[in-house]
Design a protein around this ligand. Structure first.
Ligand code: IVH
Length: 672
């Protein structure tokens, strides 16, 4: 392909990718499969690599991140970034409306919106292209976080329609609750400290230097104001509609995320609706915002030093209940982290009965100065279990029952350790402390690790209690008779467990590496390490300097890997796993055969051991054909994570068998 042809192809792919990205992330209505999308993106990436000077700053390839920002430059805002005055009661909102009526005597219209609980952003577009994104900063100047904001898929990189040549759009970037909970679950699993709430996490994420990490965190946005010298509309509502037409994610009237009203009753209706319904939103809000709709009226009302007079925020009272702190449990996680959990007298909160609350760590207990028997205030935030936010001191009794953090592990008695600068206490007896041992085995057998069917936490408990397992390698030495001795273990289940353990010997090296549970080594890091070092032996021999050469491996992870392999006990487990045939090397050469000839495959979702391209090559090298959409001619659907429900349903309706990547590999191996 010559340069001219490449240019044409790049522009065709860019247009198509932007369009399909919009359909997926803004409209939630995709027209093509994820596979087709990824194929196009890959083509574009290849072309950009071949012709680097044709790569645009706003190419859809920027979504995946990769660029590093060493220092976020401070830039002056063209229009100061103001804040809103807050109100907390109906009376305050009524007073605000009455004040406005003194200046505006014509009929008033208001627009009610949600007050998204995230980070304010101002993005400048020049000639329809993303130019620069600034944080609020002190309102006068903000930090340039352009590279990171470009990874947020609901924010367009190029616009369509009739947009002004130069304008700024403002809105809120937030972390959806599902992304937040998933991120925290992953962090907890590898022994990282969890994040406190979605807002702070969104804010911290936007300040990460590596935009690739930002891309992985799944941030989202809603835009709420357009600033331009070229105004063609006369109301706020029209400008929101326009922004939607240019490609921005703006609140939909059909979902009542935005509403035009002309009375106090209208405003109150909106407030009341969302005060009740907000628990069902997939993101957090902390109130609603009411704005005067007409720009002319807004101009007349003007602003105070800090905030416009034409808008007001109504803040919801966070539902808070009072109950008794009965006791505190100290839980030991698989990494040895000690988490205090409060047991409460059951109480209703946000439609559910609350019995437990998270206390996070020793500092939290100290800060709240908690005593047993205290009457405590409990609130729900972005976390699954609620938190204690304060104590009703008036109800505190005479006896001094102050909660003291444990000095020794509640499970094994080992003195707890707290590293300088860390919030968490740890039990260091990682090889013998029962909950840690069991937790490590549970992690090892998990779906994303060795995926051992038939085994669950309960059976691991039984195996441990019966002294049949003390580490992952012991699983491979279990005998049928050992299992039958366990309480309520039927022959069929015992067989299933043994079959599951046998099948796990086919699990690829990167998952094995994740499964062995090195602290701070999550799924992605394990994959990177496996691809880089290829074998466990090379990884075990790697020096600190060699380890930090690998993408995404910093000092902390590198040290943790070194510490893990320095322990002879850990090496012994690996030796035994090796003897039992567990995979400790990347499968080097792709198998070739005619096993799959005559079969057509559709690939969908995200895979763990292989990239989508590798799966495709694997199928093709073994005689199979790839199709982009499911039809009656499809023989198999190879499904990864996050596959669209529509596709799954179609496969089921047409009776197309669904394979996981492991099952595909097994199919190839069995027929080899
Ligand atoms: S309008 C002139 N609308 O609330 C004020 N702000 O203190 C322009 N916020 O930092 C702001 N949702 O980030 C507006 N629908 C909404 C909002 C909203 C959240 C945030 C905004 C600002 C803070 C106001």
């Amino acid at each position: 392909m010559n340069k001219q042809e490449a240019q044409l192809e790049i522009s065709r792919l860019t247009k198509a990718l932007n369009h399909h990205n919009y359909l997926y992330y803004v409209e939630s209505n995709p027209e093509i499969s994820d596979y087709e999308f990824d194929q196009m993106l890959k083509q574009l990436q290849d072309l950009e690599q071949q012709f680097p000077d044709l790569a645009d700053d706003n190419s859809p390839t920027k979504r995946v991140g990769g660029d590093i920002t060493k220092k976020f430059e401070s830039v002056k805002h063209r229009f100061p970034m103001l804040s809103l005055s807050n109100s907390y009661s109906q009376e305050e909102v009524i007073d605000w409306v009455e004040r406005i009526k003194k200046t505006i005597d014509s009929k008033l219209e208001f627009v009610c919106e949600l007050k998204y609980d995230g980070v304010a952003i101002g993005i400048q577009y020049i000639n329809g292209s993303f130019f620069r994104a600034l944080t609020r900063g002190d309102g006068v100047s903000g930090e340039d976080i352009t590279t990171n904001v470009k990874t947020i898929r609901s924010i367009p990189l190029t616009l369509h329609g009739d947009f002004p040549p130069d304008f700024e759009i403002r809105g809120e970037i937030f972390m959806p609750l599902a992304s937040f909970q998933k991120l925290n679950a992953q962090r907890e699993d590898i022994g990282e400290v969890t994040f406190a709430n979605p807002r702070n996490t969104a804010s911290g994420t936007l300040k990460l230097q590596d935009s690739k990490l930002v891309a992985e965190r799944n941030l989202d946005s809603y835009l709420y104001a357009v600033y331009s010298e070229y105004r063609t509309v006369s109301t706020h509502m029209e400008s929101i509609h326009n922004a939607g037409k240019w490609g921005f994610k703006v609140p939909k009237e059909s979902e009542r995320l935005i509403e035009k009203v002309d009375s106090i009753e209208g405003i109150m209706g909106f407030i009341q609706y969302w005060d009740e319904q907000r628990v069902h939103l997939p993101f957090e809000i902390d109130g609603v915002v009411i704005k005067v709709n007409s720009y002319e009226d807004q101009q007349k009302l003007g602003m105070t030093a800090k905030s416009p007079r034409w808008a007001i925020a109504y803040k919801f009272k966070t539902e808070r209940v009072e109950t008794i702190l009965e006791s505190v449990d100290f839980q030991v996680g698989r990494t040895g982290a000690i988490t205090p959990v409060a047991n409460l007298t059951p109480v209703q909160l946000g439609g559910t009965t609350v019995k437990r609350a998270s206390l996070h760590n020793a500092d939290q207990i100290e800060k709240l100065d908690l005593h047993l028997g205290d009457s405590v205030y409990v609130e729900k935030g972005g976390e699954i279990i609620p938190k204690i936010v304060g104590v009703n001191l008036e109800k505190r009794g005479e006896v001094d029952n102050k909660i003291v953090f444990l000095e020794t592990c509640p499970a094994c008695g080992t003195p707890l350790k707290r590293e300088e600068g860390e919030a968490q206490h740890f039990c260091t007896n990682d090889l013998y402390c029962p909950p840690q041992v069991k937790g490590k085995i549970e992690h090892f057998i998990g779906r994303k690790a060795m995926n051992i069917d038939g085994l669950g936490a309960e059976t691991v408990d039984l195996l441990y209690e019966n002294e049949l397992v003390r580490n992952a390698a012991d699983l491979y030495e279990l005998k049928f008779d050992d299992l039958l001795k366990l309480n309520r273990m039927a022959e069929k289940s015992a067989n299933n467990i043994l079959k599951g353990i046998e099948a796990s010997k086919e699990v690829p090296f990167d998952k094995v590496l994740f499964a062995i549970g090195i602290r701070f080594v999550g799924e992605t890091v394990a994959k990177k390490l496996a691809r880089y070092f290829k074998t466990i032996d090379q990884l075990m021999e790697a020096t600190f300097e060699e380890l930090i050469q690998v993408e995404e491996i910093g000092d902390k992870i590198a040290q943790s890997i070194i510490d893990h392999f320095n322990r002879k006990e850990n090496r012994a487990i690996i030796d035994r796993l090796k003897l039992h045939g567990v995979q400790f090397e990347m499968v080097q050469s792709v198998m070739e055969s005619a096993t799959l000839s005559g079969s057509t495959f559709v690939i969908s979702g995200v895979f763990n051991a292989f990239s989508r391209d590798e799966i495709k090559t694997l199928i093709e090298n073994n005689g199979g054909k790839i199709a982009s959409s499911i039809s009656s001619k499809t023989n198999f659907l190879v499904a990864g994570d996050n596959m669209g429900p529509a596709k799954l349903k179609k496969a089921e309706d047409l009776g197309v068998p669904i394979l996981s990547e492991d099952e595909l590999l097994l199919m190839l191996k069995q027929n080899a």
